[in-house]
Design a protein around this ligand. Structure first.
Ligand SMILES: Cc1cc2nc3c(=O)[nH]c(=O)nc-3n(C[C@H](O)[C@H](O)[C@H](O)COP(=O)(O)O)c2cc1C
Length: 312
C-alpha cells in the first residue's frame, strides 16, 4: 500500500487507512487498538442524534475517548437538521473534531425512520442535514452507499451534493442498500464519486488484505480505504496495511480487555470479550471447542485464563 496523509478540513490524518464505524464494536478499546496498529483515523459507531438530545442513548461507553487514542471521528445518524446540528454541538461530541453523518445504514428500523440509507432517496434533505451540521463549526463528513438498489445508483450526483453542502470528505461504501454487506463492491461507482468532487474520497467495502486495499485504490482512484469487518476478525490487519509490526494475539487481547474494563462494567466486559475471542479464533485449530468454552466463561478472570491457556 502506498500511504499518504489526508487533509480533512483542518485536520491532517497521518495516513489513508481508516477504521469504519461498526455498531457494537468500535468503542474506545477496539479503536485504540486499531490506532496503535496503524489506522490513520477511527470512527465511533453510529450514535442517534435524538438519543443525544434526549439523553436516552447510552453514550457514556459509546463516546468515551481520551488523548491516548488521538484524533477520532464520531458518527451520528438522524433526519432532522436542527437535531443533527444540536448533536454536533453537544458536549459529548466536544472531543471529536470530525463528525460523520450516516447515510448508508440499511437496518429496517433506521431506514423506515427516514434515516441512514433512506437519505439516498431524499438528497435535498441530505443536503440540508449537512448544511445544518456544518453550522456547528465541526468538520462534517458523510458515509453513504452507492444507491438503494442496482437500478437506482446515485453515487456521483449524491457525492456532488454532499460536497456542495460543505462536507469535508466522503466515504463511499460500494454496495447498494439491498445488498446489505454481501456481494461485489462496485469499483466504477466509487470512481465516479472520486471524479465528481474535489474533497477526499474514501473507498469502503471488501478490504480483507493488502491486495484488496491496493485493488480498491487502483480501481477507484480513491484517496484512502476504510476497513470494516476484517478488523473484527483481526485488528492487526492495520499492521499489514501500514507496515506496523504485529504483536501476539494474547497481548492484543489483554490490552483490549484492560481498556474495556476501563470503560465498561464487569458483566459487559465479560460478554464483549467473549465475543471478540470468538472472532479472533476464526480459522484456528480447535476454534469450535474454544468458543464453546469461552461462551461458558462467567467472569473476566475466566475469559482471561482461557485466552492465556489457548494463545500463550
Ligand atoms: C456489525 C456491523 C456494524 C456496522 N455498523 C455501522 C455503523 O454504525 N455505521 C456505519 O456507517 N456503517 C456500519 N457498518 C457498515 C461498515 O462500516 C462498512 O460500511 C461495511 O461493513 C462494508 O465494509 P467491509 O466490506 O469492509 O465490511 C456496520 C457493519 C457491520 C458488519
Amino acid at each position: 500500500m502506498t500511504l499518504h496523509s489526508i487533509q480533512i478540513g483542518n485536520v491532517t490524518i497521518p495516513n489513508n487507512i481508516l477504521l469504519a464505524p461498526l455498531a457494537g464494536y468500535t468503542s474506545y478499546p477496539l479503536r485504540r487498538l486499531c490506532k496503535e496498529y496503524g489506522a490513520g483515523l477511527c470512527y465511533t459507531e453510529m450514535v442517534s442524534a435524538k438519543g443525544l438530545k434526549y439523553g436516552s442513548e447510552n453514550t457514556q461507553a459509546l463516546l468515551y475517548t481520551d488523548e491516548k487514542e488521538g484524533v477520532c471521528a464520531a458518527q451520528i445518524f438522524g433526519s432532522e437538521p436542527e437535531i443533527m446540528r444540536a448533536a454536533c454541538e453537544h458536549e459529548k461530541l466536544a472531543p471529536f473534531p470530525i463528525v460523520d453523518i450516516n447515510m448508508g445504514c440499511p437496518v429496517p428500523k433506521i431506514y423506515k425512520n427516514g434515516e441512514g440509507s433512506a437519505l439516498l432517496e431524499d438528497p435535498l434533505l441530505a443536503e440540508r442535514l449537512v448544511k445544518a451540521c456544518v453550522k456547528s463549526g465541526k468538520i462534517i463528513t458523510v458515509k453513504f452507499r452507492i444507491g438503494i438498489c442496482a437500478d437506482k445508483l446515485v453515487t456521483a450526483e449524491f457525492a456532488k451534493r454532499m460536497a456542495g453542502a460543505g462536507a469535508a470528505a466522503i466515504t463511499v461504501h460500494g454496495r447498494t442498500k439491498d445488498k446489505i454487506y454481501a456481494g461485489e463492491v462496485n469499483f466504477s461507482e466509487i470512481e465516479k464519486a472520486k471524479n465528481a468532487v474535489d474533497i477526499p474520497v474514501i473507498a469502503n467495502g471488501g478490504v480483507f488484505s493488502n491486495a484488496d486495499a491496493e485493488a480498491l485504490i487502483a480501481r477507484t482512484g480513491a484517496d484512502g480505504v476504510m476497513v470494516a469487518r476484517a478488523a473484527l476478525f483481526d485488528p492487526q490487519i492495520f499492521c499489514d496495511l501500514t507496515g506496523t509490526p504485529r504483536e501476539s494475539k494474547l497481548t492484543m487481547f489483554e490490552k483490549q480487555l484492560e481498556w474495556t474494563m476501563q470503560v465498561c462494567d464487569e458483566r459487559f466486559t465479560t460478554v464483549f470479550m467473549r465475543k471478540m475471542a470468538a472472532f479472533y479464533s476464526k480459522g484456528e485449530r480447535g476454534a469450535a471447542a474454544f468458543k464453546e468454552k469461552m461462551f461458558r466463561a462467567s467472569s473476566i478472570g475466566e475469559v482471561l485464563a482461557l485466552a492465556r491457556e489457548t494463545w500463550r
